[in-house]
Design a protein around this ligand. Sequence first.
Ligand SMILES: Cc1cn([C@H]2C[C@H](O)[C@@H](COP(=O)(O)OP(=O)(O)OP(=O)(O)O)O2)c(=O)[nH]c1=O
Length: 186
Amino acid sequence: MANYILASQSPRRKQLLEWAEIDFEIIVHPTDESYPKILSPKEVAIHIAVEKARAVLPQAKGKTIIAADTIVVLGDEIIGKPKDREDAITILSKLSGQHHKVITGVAIINKDKEISFADITDVEFHPLTQEQLVFYIDKYKPYDKAGAYAIQEWIGVVGIKHITGDFYNVMGLPVSRVVQALQQFK
Ligand SMILES: Cc1cn([C@H]2C[C@H](O)[C@@H](COP(=O)(O)OP(=O)(O)OP(=O)(O)O)O2)c(=O)[nH]c1=O
């Protein structure tokens, strides 16, 4: 019997928890991902992660739930998933040659306890040509990815100049911090 519940349909988060040798099952409940406009980007990521985790609490049967939310932040702008191809091209054109932050909010909760935190990774892209970004979008279709890219795909391999922070946080879950936090639920 699994000890934990991953409240996420993201294949990346599933893979990262498997790599960490965590024993879990997946239960997802649809969540409203809107947020109060006064929140800072870090608070937004935490707020949505907490909402995702709480939505699963009625089905948790006493188990501990792990949920997360990943956003890309460029200057003051929070960038989520692209709406369509045109939006993806606009987003990647903005990220090209710039630094941005990837913030993953994490919530770990059960009926007695709630822990939440956010992890931040700074990512710097090389300047990308229009040809490169259109090739990436049309081949890899990053419509389910915050910021219209995945660091673990071609664009991450050839387009990212430098990161400061946890690579896995960019992929959707700061796994080592999650494992540390799970100690508090033993
Ligand atoms: C920036 C970046 C994001 N991503 C992914 C991680 C997340 O799956 C996704 C951000 O969307 P989220 O809304 O955080 O998560 P999700 O909708 O995929 O899954 P769920 O709400 O069920 O937990 O973008 C990458 O895989 N690589 C990257 O480099």
